[in-house]
Design a binder for this molecule. Structure first.
Ligand code: GLU
Length: 307
């Protein structure tokens, strides 16, 4: 099914620039190209065979994709190892990006030339999906009941856990119970910021639209910790190993799903089938090993939810 890996460096060619807020890019080089703190060594991401004659009966979203001849995927652009945009090569890389590409290929679209990436931050995801701004969304998006009221989820395709990022020399923050009196930064509309509030872990919460803004605040000494999923924090720590560390005490389960329009059951089912096939034929593992797995942590795919 899959073609062997390839290091097609093609494409710096496709220039589509950065559109103001919604940096919308087209595809270029494969991952494993060094951006994102995951390192440039190790296995490259797979090349995906583009499926032919795909039908997804009763999927309005798929019908729109076909009519357009392109897929619009919602992603993050500042999360190393997961979803990161490199302006020098005009390419995206990371685990979520590869999952998005693999899905596009199995829906019959060439991931190198027929995907438009639209950056959607955490707080805007339900709106973007339900308005149809994106066909599907792959970006550290935790499946939960509240969100399910507005969007559908395929997956999960990964399970992360909430953790804390602190300065390397910090010794007093060792877990969620040590945050009282500390200033913690997280992102608007995310499950981690909600948990800090609900569990009253601290009163001093600083919030931004992106985690990279929080990391800047941490590096500047404006906040004591950044909290979100361990998978995200490890990417930032890897970019700044001399200054930052992840505490390593996860205190939640964050199952990542592919966000789809709420009533498009056919698309959700199809993406679940695509994910399952990628588990079964080793593609998921290859993607993981080429992206998040470079941090050295082994992982296997979680079972796909039945509804
Ligand atoms: N997985 C969490 C969430 O969906 C945190 C990461 C994010 O904000 O994307 O809220």
């Amino acid at each position: 099914m899959r073609l062997r890996r390839s290091m097609l460096g093609t494409l710096a060619v496709l220039l589509v620039g950065t559109l103001a807020l919604s940096a919308c890019g087209r595809e270029g080089t494969p991952t494993g190209s060094g951006s994102g703190g995951a390192g440039s060594e190790g296995p490259a991401a797979p090349t995906y065979e583009v499926a032919e004659n795909v039908t997804v009966v009763d999927s309005p979203t798929f019908a729109r994709m076909q009519q357009r001849g392109r897929v619009i995927v919602g992603v993050k652009n500042d999360q190393p190892g997961l979803g990161q945009f490199d302006p020098t090569t005009n390419t995206y890389s990371g685990f979520d990006i590869e999952i998005a590409r693999m899905i596009a290929a199995n829906l019959g679209f060439d991931p190198k030339t027929e995907i438009d990436y639209v950056v959607v931050q955490s707080a805007a995801r339900e709106d973007a999906i339900s308005r149809g701004d994106v066909d599907y969304y792959v970006g550290t998006y935790t499946i939960n009941d509240k969100r399910k009221e507005r969007v559908g989820f395929a997956g999960p395709y990964f399970v992360a856990g909430q953790d804390l990022l602190v300065k390397k020399d910090n010794t007093d923050i060792t877990g969620p119970q040590t945050l009282q009196g500390k200033t913690v930064c997280s992102v608007t509309g995310s499950t981690p910021i909600q948990r800090v509030r609900e569990q009253n872990l601290t009163q001093n919460i600083v919030e931004f639209q992106t985690y990279s803004q929080c990391v800047d605040q941490l590096l500047q000494g404006q906040v004591d910790a950044v909290t979100t999923d361990d998978a995200i924090l490890k990417g930032y720590a890897a970019q700044n190993p001399d200054q930052l560390k992840v505490v390593g005490q996860t205190f939640s389960e964050e199952p990542y799903g592919v966000g789809v329009p709420h009533d498009d059951i056919a698309l959700r089912t199809k993406i679940n089938e695509i994910l399952q096939a990628s588990y079964d034929d080793g593609t998921w593992q290859q993607i993981y090993d080429a992206t998040l797995g470079k941090s050295g942590l082994p992982a296997s795919p979680p079972p796909i939810a039945q509804s």
